[in-house]
Write a protein that binds this ligand. Structure first.
Ligand SMILES: *[C@@H]1O[C@H](CO)[C@@H](O)[C@H](O)[C@H]1NC(C)=O
Ligand SMILES: *[C@@H]1O[C@H](CO)[C@@H](O)[C@H](O)[C@H]1NC(C)=O
Length: 272
């Protein structure tokens, strides 16, 4: 992660050096030139800086030859129950008050615009919990899923969503408590299990550039995190998504479609 942050900062500083003319980059590449492109965020960023236009492939357009949210979905997920089933000892994942929550930030330059890739290409991530990066042109319908892959929910983050991740073995009371909080805090949310969370912190909230990992639901922190970091994605749209594979329940409006009031029922913060 540190590596990525450093790379991004360098890419950002380079970009600030205004060594671009006619849309072509004449400066030095770090760590390598874009023809050695990979899908890490720094590379996506170089791709964006090099090529004109925002995402390369337009968002929200249902195009069966690229992405219609129905075809070739196995590129992102084999629909294998192992991704949402607990196979380990649930006791390992019990909430511990002694394990403090961790809030980490990726400093995403405001110029960064995440590329879109069609379903004929895989997208891999360097981070277990990415907060930005290359994703699919069509995003997920807001709500709770049996499972939804990163390649979809990252696009929702870009639109300001809060994504709740929980390990399939996480404590059910904690998971249900956090789900309830998220659902009563904002309409723009996605909830999915995710098996790459740690044993120490099997609960996480993600927004564009931010992640909060927890062992135990820290109510005030959750509300504070949502109020500070929800709806801060670079693209402002309330339009719902198109992807709905294994959607369990659509989001309900909390305050209004714009989520003008975040976590309205938690106003006095008496959650202890
Ligand atoms: C994937 O499909 C898109 C749209 O049909 C096309 O532009 C792109 O070149 C294809 N990529 C590969 C690697 O085949
Ligand atoms: C599903 O689980 C397998 C095995 O742990 C893992 O290799 C794969 O990356 C997971 N898929 C997704 C989409 O998370």
């Amino acid at each position: 992660m540190l590596k990525n942050i450093v790379l991004l900062c360098i890419a950002f500083l380079n970009a600030q050096g205004s060594r671009m003319s006619n849309g072509y980059w004449n400066g030095k590449w770090f760590p390598h030139a874009p023809d050695e492109m990979d899908s890490n965020p720094a590379a996506s960023m170089r791709n964006y800086l090099l090529h004109d236009g925002k995402h390369g492939i337009s968002m929200g357009i249902v195009d069966p030859s690229c992405d219609d949210a129905k075809t070739n979905l196995v590129t992102d997920w084999f629909m294998n129950p192992e991704n949402y089933t607990c196979y380990e000892n649930r006791r390992l994942y019990l909430p511990k008050s002694s394990v403090h929550p961790i809030h980490s930030t990726d400093h995403i330059p405001p110029e960064y615009s995440a590329p879109h890739k069609c379903m004929n290409e895989t997208i891999d991530y360097d981070e277990p919990i990415p907060t930005f990066g290359t994703h699919r042109p069509l995003w997920a319908i807001y709500g709770e899923y049996t499972f939804v892959p990163i390649q979809r929910w990252l696009h929702n983050l870009e639109h300001g969503a809060v994504v709740m991740l929980y390990h399939p073995c996480a404590n059910k009371n904690q998971v249900n408590f956090l789900k309830k909080m998220i659902k009563s805090c904002l309409y723009k949310h996605i909830i999915t299990p995710y098996d790459q969370l740690t044993v120490e912190r099997p609960l996480a909230l993600v927004t564009w550039g931010h992640r909060l990992e927890m062992s135990k639901v820290a109510g005030e922190l959750v509300v504070d995190f949502i109020r500070k970091h929800a709806l801060r994605g670079p693209e402002k749209t309330t339009k719902d998504g198109q992807y709905s594979l294994m959607l369990i329940e659509r989001s309900r409006i909390v305050s209004d479609i714009d989520d003008s009031s975040l976590c309205p029922t938690y106003s006095n913060m008496n959650m202890k």
